[in-house]
Design a protein around this ligand. Structure first.
Ligand SMILES: [Fe+2]
Ligand SMILES: [Fe+2]
Length: 215
């Protein structure tokens, strides 16, 4: 598999945008989790969110440091209005929907997409993703555990209706992200990934996650 060099202009530009996007998403998650701590049900959930806030803060610091060294365009790729729209969306959600949207979509599918880029990345970028991607596994595990716990606390009908709504929730949030018109698939292509393959991989991952929750 071809690993890119930072001297390849198209690669560096696209990877720079992907890194800025990842950093913006991490910062968003940090803020969304921080806002949820007070209302989260139970000490484990509060502690998990608080730990994640610290982790995401570390990821933002690592990524900003690398982006600076990488010498790429540091301009935000998601506008402030879109970030505000995302915050507004998450603020309206109850705990179960918050877990679904944040952990199934943003954390699990988002970090799975970033993982696909790692083998194509230059050594510096790969190193900058090592710690964050390791932590994302913990975050996904925490979110799925809390989601499972919340679902298990419901009666059978309620639980089933929440489970039935999950695929639709995933589509709604993916459509919202699409609506931000960030050409993320083009950037994936420009760093050497196949967008078709990437979408198929994410689709499979989504099905696995939904099936594991229903089990
Ligand atoms: Fe992160
Ligand atoms: Fe995370």
């Amino acid at each position: 598999m071809k690993t890119h060099s930072v001297k390849d202009d198209q690669y560096a530009r696209a990877m720079g945008h992907l890194l800025v996007l990842y950093t913006q998403v991490d910062q968003f998650i940090m803020e969304a989790c921080a806002e949820r701590i007070a209302s989260a049900p139970g000490r484990d959930a509060k502690m998990g969110l608080a730990k994640q806030v610290g982790d995401e803060c570390r990821h933002v610091t690592i990524q900003l440091g690398w982006i600076q060294k990488f010498g790429v365009d540091t301009a935000p790729v998601v506008g402030q209005q879109a970030i505000e729209q995302l915050h507004d969306h998450f603020r309206t959600l109850d705990w179960v929907d918050f877990l679904t949207d944040l952990y199934l979509v943003v954390e699990a599918l988002g970090s799975h997409a970033v993982e696909q880029v790692v083998p194509l990345a230059d050594p510096g970028t790969r190193e900058s993703l090592r710690v964050p991607l390791q932590d994302e596994l913990d975050h996904v595990a925490f979110g799925l555990y809390e989601l499972q716990k919340a679902l298990d606390g419901m009666d059978v009908l309620q639980r089933q209706s929440r489970l039935d709504r999950i695929p639709e929730r995933i589509s709604v949030i993916i459509n919202m992200l699409d609506g931000f018109n960030v050409p993320v698939l083009d950037w994936f292509e420009q760093v050497g990934a196949s967008s078709e393959q990437l979408c198929a991989i994410l689709d499979r991952r989504k099905d696995e996650l939904v099936t594991s929750l229903a089990a």
